[in-house]
Design a protein around this ligand. Sequence first.
Ligand code: FAD
Length: 311
Amino acid sequence: MDLAASAHSLPRACHSTCSGIDVSFEFFPPQTEEMEEILWTSINRLGPLSPSFVSVTYGAGGKTRERTHATVARILNETNIKPAAHLTCVGASRVEVDAVARAYWEIGVRHIVALRGDPQNGPGTSFVPHPEGYANSTALVAGLKKLGDFDITVSAYPEGHPESPSVDRDIDVLKAKIDAGATRAITQFFFENEVYLRFLEKARASGITIPILPGIVPVQNFKQTANFARRAGASIPQWLADRFEGLDDDPTTRRLIAATIAAEQVFDLVDQGIDHFHFYTMNRADLVFATCHLLGVRPKRQEAYHEQPSS
Ligand code: FAD
């Protein structure tokens, strides 16, 4: 069974010493100075792990347009990490979306995570494209490719997108996005590896060969994750809820449990031949750093950062 495009198995005994695992990290643009500080503390901690890229999300309806741009620009200017800018087409004309993409191209950003975005009235309502906008993510990918030779990542939904009638339909949509120019997909987060592995197998069986990176969310806060999962159409298994039960007032134990769960999940995927993990960091580094450490991904400080002039 060829599960991952470029996968190879690492025996578990190797985890602490073997390289060969790639990671990437997702951040969101900060709203306040305090959040900006938290974000940059996290980037400074995770950057030396030499992620193959870090991506910065685009707020629903494009409301973080400037903040996303500023964060991506700062990553580009102050680190050696390759940034990827998320971009959606909700509530904007093609001309407006193209202008955002062109501004990225002009500062040297070559990687876009291209998404349709949630309907303007929120997940669960129907999506109405802007009258002069891109109709869906496939049209967005095609439009971006016309503007420049961007490296384009798209989403994938192992449990099916909430608006989609079936996982098969989502695989057709993924194929259309690839035909339009996407070269990589990142999945919605999941907790049952079987769900992801089944999706991967279906995708491969239908001729999809691009990397489909598992989106891993370390559970920083169970209630928040469960709420987010409900809106995103990701399921929360009962065993996960059970593990956090009774720990509302015990943050230390919660963190230990969260670290254990993330480690179990990625080790199991490594055993299945998966060698690139995309972490939804929620702008917090510790759990992700610990999971990467367990995977044998260690800091390479000089490579990750621009050299500072010596005094
Ligand atoms: P799509 O692949 O476009 O699918 C959405 C729905 O449209 C599906 O039901 C699909 O079946 C249908 N569809 C797609 N193409 C067609 C077509 N040609 N004809 C008919 N139906 C079609 N949201 C943000 O606002 N900002 C972000 O930064 C962001 N980052 C994300 C990153 C990842 C890795 C993921 C998984 C999601 C992210 N989202 C983000 C959420 C995403 O925008 C929503 O889930 C949105 O509802 C779907 O957009 P999409 O591009 O992921 O889905």
